[in-house]
Ligand binder design. Structure first.
Ligand SMILES: N[C@@H](CCC(=O)N[C@@H](CS)C(=O)NCC(=O)O)C(=O)O
Length: 209
């Protein structure tokens, strides 16, 4: 069974949401770990196998280590028969890979630069800004409910998760806002909230002992 290192209310929550949607949460051993939060609280958990103490982190049945949300989400989707992405040769495969790479390679740096208040030609020249991210999302969503068409895919889960976590950073574009809402309503939000509450309680209890 693969092992997923997870911390509640973090970037690994989107992997939990994906596993729930695929009905595969029981097929992965989830280890709840502490992480250092943005406000400096928390700690690097010695239980976490990630070399920098981050989440998500996945260790496969073969003992291979996978870091980065996009790689982990692609891997898990493929491991369980690709219920949430177009297969090799199917229409949409190229767009799917584009969004998965764009998420960590472009959107995340632009998002971080935005909330850090950084405006430097090296950053805008390389990644552009959240304005362009919004425009790309609007372009990708034109005439469709989700990024690849009428079916929700892992690309939607990954791309929308940034705005579920920080709604105030959602581009002020009606089509993009409606898409974030659509992705959110497709999730098992109750199940996810219950899972996260249990994980938080487990970590709190550990702190007390
Ligand atoms: N690009 C990475 C980012 C991973 C990341 O920074 N995760 C945060 C949680 S939201 C973390 O583990 N922070 C703890 C730390 O930086 O020590 C991914 O998407 O997997």
């Amino acid at each position: 069974m693969p092992t997923l290192y997870h911390s509640p209310q973090s970037r690994s929550s989107r992997v939990i949401a994906q596993l729930m949607l695929m009905g595969k949460l029981d097929a992965v051993d989830v280890i709840n770990v502490d992480i250092i939060k943005n406000d400096g609280s928390g700690r690097i958990d010695p239980k976490n196998a990630h070399p920098e103490g981050k989440v998500p982190f996945l260790v496969t049945d073969e003992g291979e280590e996978i870091r980065e949300s996009a790689a982990i989400m692609i891997y898990l989707d493929e491991l369980f028969g690709q219920p949430l992405s177009p297969k090799q040769g199917e229409p949409g495969r190229g767009s799917y890979l584009t969004w998965m790479a764009y998420s960590g390679g472009v959107m995340e740096p632009a998002l971080v630069a935005h909330f850090a208040g950084l405006d430097h030609p090296a950053l805008t020249g390389t990644f552009r800004t959240m304005k362009e991210v919004g425009a790309q999302l609007e372009r990708g969503l034109k005439g469709r409910s989700f990024l690849l068409g009428e079916e929700l895919t892992v690309a939607d889960l990954l791309m929308a998760s940034a705005f579920q976590w920080a709604p105030h950073l959602t581009p002020d574009i009606p089509m993009v806002k409606a898409w974030v809402e659509r992705v959110t309503s497709a999730l098992d939000n109750e199940g996810l909230a219950a899972f996260e509450a249990k994980a938080e309680e487990e970590l709190r209890q550990k702190e007390l002992t």
